[in-house]
Design a protein. Structure first.
Length: 168
């Protein structure tokens, strides 16, 4: 998939080194330091799980490259959660922050999720201390619903959704 400035491709084995370079950066995980990838095998497992979701759900996380240079700048997209809703997710290299790439990627993910299944919500689960992600969610038109347990791990996070949804 192409956006104005990004090339979004389903993640696969060829992306592991690029994913590891980003996911092993502590700055990327400032709000979740326990999730830093400490070895390439962790990234390989993460990529394999993301790739498998393309087959089972028809949508998952993309590898994100800039169209002008082809530089790998992150991962993101939408995946089904156990609730059936779409989980909006992204992780970008710090060198890509502040350029609108996360917004562009997120809007593409929301559109892809809606095209595949518009009967369920797209939800961004955000750490309450992550001011940049909160601003992004509001900027792209998601509505703050409050703080709930994220079904992916049970941690309490702010939920931002594209439509009214029962979360608690």
């Amino acid at each position: 998939m192409l956006t104005e400035r990004l090339e979004l491709r389903p993640l696969g084995p060829d992306d592991v080194d690029d994913v590891y370079a980003i996911m092993s950066d502590p700055d990327v995980w400032r709000h979740r330091p326990e999730l830093v990838h400490t070895d390439p095998a962790t990234s390989a497992d993460w990529v394999a799980r993301a790739a498998a979701r393309w087959e089972s759900d028809g949508l998952s996380y993309w590898g994100v490259r800039t169209r002008d240079s082809g530089r790998f700048i992150g991962v993101g997209g939408a995946q089904r959660q156990s609730t059936g809703n779409w989980n909006l997710h992204y992780r970008l290299a710090p060198s890509a922050w502040g350029r609108g790439y996360a917004s562009e990627l997120s809007l593409a993910a929301i559109e892809a999720a809606r095209q595949l299944d518009d009967t369920v919500a797209v939800i961004a689960w955000i750490d309450p201390n992550n001011a940049a992600s909160i601003r992004l969610a509001e900027r792209i038109g998601l509505t703050r619903c409050g703080q709930f347990a994220d079904p992916s791990d049970g941690r309490r996070r702010l939920a931002f959704t594209d439509r009214p949804v029962q979360l608690g």
